[in-house]
Design a protein around this ligand. Structure first.
Ligand SMILES: NC(=O)C1=CN([C@@H]2O[C@H](COP(=O)(O)OP(=O)(O)OC[C@H]3O[C@@H](n4cnc5c(N)ncnc54)[C@H](OP(=O)(O)O)[C@@H]3O)[C@@H](O)[C@H]2O)C=CC1
Ligand SMILES: O=C(O)C1=N[C@H](C(=O)O)C[C@H](O)C1
Length: 230
């Protein structure tokens, strides 16, 4: 993603002040930058947030595999700087989440929800950040919490499907950029919504768009639907 984002920054006519890996000097990069874009690992999040807060600059976070404690750190940083965190920066997935929330709200719990995602063999987290984001959208549509309803794989589970749950399944292999399908499974009919990423440019372009939008905002936590006015 670092390479894709560097290309997207150039394509958008913006200046790249620098990039770092795990051995880089984040403090000095942040000090001479207007904004940070973080697509790395959850283990790096706290240091990245601290660097953005110390430099007083906004941060866009695309890293996935985040846990509850990471979201507390993000909320805390957002009291001092503008922060946008999302599991998917593409226009298509941002709209898909909106449609999934609406469908879940209208169809109700008689329709079972299952989310299936496929990614390249190098991906380290499962389910994907996007699958969880779509699960959150479905849970919001039903006015329930995702933590209380998610079933992450069914290995070892015996018995019938529990009503009201939201299931997740992850496939890994090859070079797939990222496919997500949300299935609504009803009595005698099925409705499925899919987003298929054909390349990583879509994520990079969205991240740069989010950065441009975030740059002049006040401190707070912002979302992709706000960026894209959806
Ligand atoms: N929100 C979205 O739309 C998208 C999110 N993603 C997410 O972005 C993240 C990165 O994905 P991807 O580029 O494929 O992963 P890669 O593993 O290819 O790249 C991760 C990069 O992070 C660097 N890194 C690791 N630890 C640190 C650290 N402590 N400080 C600074 N940099 C560090 C790595 O450096 P080194 O080489 O030194 O290890 C590497 O360059 C993943 O969480 C992925 O799920 C991906 C696509 C879209
Ligand atoms: O790791 C990836 O490649 C991707 N990660 C994000 C996710 O976890 O959903 C976004 C996209 O699907 C690609």
């Amino acid at each position: 993603m670092g390479q894709a984002i560097a290309q997207a920054i150039a394509a958008a006519g913006e200046d790249l002040s620098g990039g770092i890996d795990r051995d880089g000097d984040l403090g000095s990069l942040a000090a001479h930058s207007d904004l940070l874009i973080d697509f790395s690992t959850p283990a790096a999040l706290e240091a990245n947030l601290d660097a953005a807060v110390d430099a007083g600059i906004p941060i866009v976070i695309g890293t996935t595999g985040l846990e509850e404690r990471h979201h507390w750190l993000i909320d805390s940083a957002a009291q001092q700087i503008p922060v946008l965190q999302t599991g998917n920066t593409s226009l298509g997935v941002t709209l898909l989440a909106h449609l999934v929330r609406e469908a879940a709200s209208r169809l109700g719990e008689d329709w079972d929800i299952e989310i299936v995602e496929t990614h390249h063999r190098m991906k380290v987290d499962a389910p994907s950040g996007t699958a969880l984001l779509l699960g959150e959208a479905a849970a919001r549509g039903r006015e329930v919490g995702l933590a209380d309803t998610a079933v992450r794989g069914r290995d070892g589970i015996t018995g019938k499907r529990e009503s009201g749950t939201i299931g997740f399944a992850a496939l890994r292999g090859g070079t797939v950029a990222g496919d997500h399908t949300v299935h609504f499974l009803g009595e005698g009919e099925r409705l499925s919504f899919s987003h298929l990423a054909e390349n990583r440019t879509i994520f990079a372009r969205g991240a740069v768009k989010a950065a441009q939008w975030l740059q002049h905002k006040h401190a707070g936590r912002y979302t992709m639907p706000e960026v894209l006015d959806l």
